[in-house]
Design a protein around this ligand. Structure first.
Ligand SMILES: C[S@@+](CC[C@H](N)C(=O)[O-])C[C@H]1O[C@@H](n2cnc3c(N)ncnc32)[C@H](O)[C@@H]1O
Length: 462
């Protein structure tokens, strides 16, 4: 382990590494913080007996858990990933962790966005992904050779491209996926939306006395982006980012367990059974359903499901819905803050909608649905994250902070959900959760004496 002084000197500019006698005095007087930390102990690594024991424990857990992959268990895979991440953190020294966050990852995000902007991954994939040199890639993308070299070295260091011998590069699995529009647009949309909002968030919170942001039209988003517009109105005014955002929303669920999977929410028993068939009967209204990917999935996974399916969203989104949607799906422009035109459907579904809005706005949205719901028949299905009080997944807590930065809203705990729904006269019948870090399915109804409210909120874990 390096000693504390060598660590400090390594991070100093060269003028300070060989200081004159006066600068040494000045330097020491400004180094109070560094001296007050016992860097030797703070930097302890795997050689430290307690750390080494932790590493051994984690390695054992990883070994034991690896059979989960063979069995194809999603919960097991998630646990393996959590243990492997914990192993990396345990192996890293504090400064390695900090440099990873502040140097490697912060720049990686920008470099990834630049790579997507110049279509690097499409170019890497040309000619059956045959390995390519830096000058070739520079030529294909219009970048200078020097800049391309710096970009490929960082992407190689971060594992996004494969560095072969003789200065040749090939795409990794992620690089190949980054040629798929919904994945590449995840980088585009998130970078453009998050950048100004997140980088100004510390300043915003300091200036507002560290209050929880709750105003969606005067919050961190408006402060960071220097705009009076709500996040969604800003998107409508910025069509390129809006289109990328819609693609990002389609990508968001890729490869994740879905509420309509057989081992998640019992659709047959709780949604389809009891459906009242009629000429125009609606099985499910997907309110603010984006481009309709959830309903298309439902058509694929539940081909025998009866009734009509209604896809609603803002007019601007509905205009861009593809024409060859499944014929059972009817697209319809609808503003969630106005009365719901479809009355008495079997279910009203919302995926990642209520987390966009603070409680007061959610109550406005929910009241319109309660008015449309038929007591004893209609169900409200909410597909959202439910944050556990302890052991929350970092994707969940990270999204909670993003919701704050973008919309002054939040992810919710089980109690938050129950309280919110109760406040508009709805009762939570059950909460189904598949695996950590993924969205749950919350079922709520207008309570009647005939309802079976006996379903518990025990997670259904395969
Ligand atoms: C986070 S996205 C979720 C989309 C979709 N449910 C999904 O899970 O992919 C939020 C959606 O709310 C829609 N939206 C925002 N404000 C709306 C409004 N006032 N009325 C209807 N839809 C709205 C947006 O256009 C966007 O499609």
């Amino acid at each position: 382990m390096e000693d504390s002084h060598s660590i400090i000197v390594e991070t100093m500019p060269s003028s300070v590494v060989n200081p004159s006698p006066t600068t040494v005095v000045e330097m020491l007087s400004t180094m109070d913080n560094a001296h007050s930390i016992d860097i030797d102990s703070a930097s302890s690594g795997p050689q430290d007996p307690s750390v080494s024991k932790e590493v051994q424990n984690l390695l054992q857990k990883i070994n034991a858990g690896s059979s989960a992959l063979v069995k194809g268990s999603e919960v097991g895979r998630k646990q393996l990933l959590a243990d492997a991440t914990a192993l990396c953190l345990t192996l890293e020294t504090p400064i390695e962790t900090l440099l990873r966050i502040t140097w490697s990852q912060s720049t990686f995000y920008a470099v990834l966005k630049i790579a997507v902007d110049v279509n690097l991954f499409e170019k890497l994939g040309e000619n059956d992904s045959s390995p390519k040199t830096i000058p070739q890639l520079a030529n294909l993308t219009g970048m200078s050779v020097e800049l391309m070299g710096r970009m490929m070295r960082h992407l190689g260091a971060m594992g996004v491209v494969l560095e072969l011998e003789d200065g040749l590069y090939a795409p990794s699995r992620l690089a190949k996926n980054l040629t798929i529009p919904v994945y590449r647009d995840t980088v585009v949309a998130c970078f453009d939306m998050q950048g100004p909002a997140l980088s100004n968030l510390p300043k915003y919170l300091a200036q507002t006395g560290y209050r929880n942001p709750e105003n969606p039209v005067d919050g961190p988003w408006q402060y960071g982006h220097k705009t009076p517009l709500h996040f969604f109105d800003w998107l409508v005014a910025n069509p390129k980012t809006f289109s990328a955002f819609n693609n990002h929303m389609s990508a968001y669920s890729q490869g994740r367990p879905s509420w309509m999977d057989p081992d998640f929410y019992p659709t047959e028993e709780r949604l389809i059974k009891g459906f009242e068939a009629g000429i125009d009967s609606v099985l499910l209204v997907d309110q603010a359903g984006g481009l309709g990917h959830d309903l298309e999935e439902l058509c694929r996974k539940l081909p025998h499901a009866p009734g009509r399916l209604i896809l609603q969203d803002q007019a601007k989104v509905i205009e861009t819905v593809k024409v060859d949607l499944d014929p059972r799906i009817t697209p319809m422009a609808h503003d969630i803050f106005t009365p719901q035109p479809i009355q008495g459907a079997r279910a009203y579904f919302m995926h990642s909608i209520l987390h966009d809005w603070p409680d007061e706005k959610c109550r406005d949205i929910l009241r319109h649905l309660v008015t449309a719901m038929k007591p004893g028949y209609s169900k409200l299905l909410i597909n959202e994250l439910v944050i556990p009080n302890r052991g929350a997944h970092p994707a969940t807590t990270g999204l909670d902070w993003l919701m704050m930065a973008l919309m002054s809203s939040s992810e919710r705990t089980e109690k938050d959900w129950t309280d919110l729904l109760q406040s508009v006269g709805l009762t939570v019948v059950g909460i189904w959760t598949h695996s950590p870090g993924t969205e749950s399915l919350i079922e709520a109804v207008i309570p009647t004496i005939l309802d079976d409210l006996s379903v518990t909120s025990e997670p259904v874990v395969p």
